[in-house]
Design a protein around this ligand. Sequence first.
Ligand SMILES: [Zn+2]
Length: 420
Amino acid sequence: MEAKDSKKIFGWSGPAAGAAIFRIIKEIGPLSRTEIVKQTGLSKSTVSVHTKKLLEMGLIKKEKEKTDKAGSVGRNRQLLKFAKNNGYIIAIDLGATGLNVALCNLDAEIIEMKVSDILVNSGPKKVMNKIDQLIKELLESNQLEQKKIFGIGMGVPGPVEFSKGLPVSPPIMPGWHLSPLKQILQEKYKCPAFIDNDVNVMAVGEKHAGLAQDVSNFIFIKIGTGIGAGIICEDKLYRGSKGCAGDIGHIGIEGEEELCPCGNRGCLEIVAAGPAIAKKAKAAAKNRESEILLKILNKKGDLTAKDVGEAVRRNDLAAINIVKNSGQKIGQVASRLVNFYNPSLIIIGGGVAKIGNHLISAIKEEVLRRSTSLAVQDLRIELSQKNDEIAVIGAAAMAVNEIYSHDNVTEMMYLDGSSK
Ligand SMILES: [Zn+2]
């Protein structure tokens, strides 16, 4: 694998060259010094000076290359790789009805995850206290001091002004508007914290360790209480000018008139997300179109999208039609995204994505029917394989990407050099 922008790296000098070497080791290591020279176009002596410093700083570590079967090639050759276990990241995935807090290593691999079913609408004070409690438990059970936490990443179910880490008028998060989450976490844990919208975080997770590791242009669509999309463009998260790119839940659907809390009629979210599925299921039960749904309704007094999934698994025709109908509407919007953006992959995730294959096949059918033939030529539409963990992985990866950005590592190397 070649580094994509090795040409850019050539010509860099000083700490910036060190940061470029670090990135190559982190992304495609383990590598020998000779391979780094080849990848970067930098001189042997420059690579030698900077790798020495990166080792001293604890950013990379040495590894002996494993010998091949014949035992001849690579014996005693020294490789360099990212020191992913030299520190930890706390990753937080806050959903409408649940909270996951995980301890991860510096490569966003989950070491331990705590799950809690707190409601986001119980407000920031209660939820942030719960987060503190879970972080404390994670540190205790892994016998870690707080100073080993290098950063915190957090996804929340609403729009966020990323640079300031502030939720902005999040519709399902009453009381959280402009709540200074970044500041609160940074002051409490004395490390950098990064807050973003949950769908963005999930897209970053798929890029880092999910279905999209080798995909440069893709869209992650989350279907849950709401519907949103995270956009990865040329390997980077695209946030848009105000950070609300991908807010597809309020795109209008043909022939739909239902009033959305946003003030418009027939928005995708209000006619196809989890609550819409539950509402249609209740109507089907009351109209006696489905005995299974009626039984569940009578027993529980209410129906959720999860119950519809259960009825689908039991081949209930009314439930299957409700799910297909949602899939068609999501597919209608997805086809517009495909025509506009030409991704090579669409990943479907979120709680409602677990409802069964009828949802994704309806989305696929609709996209194929409505998109231009060139746009769908190599297009794949797939269900997230790590649906329950992808937000936590993405929150950790977002923090790692920010902490070890080119500029930050350049600065670390500069400060380290001048202090000696
Ligand atoms: Zn709307």
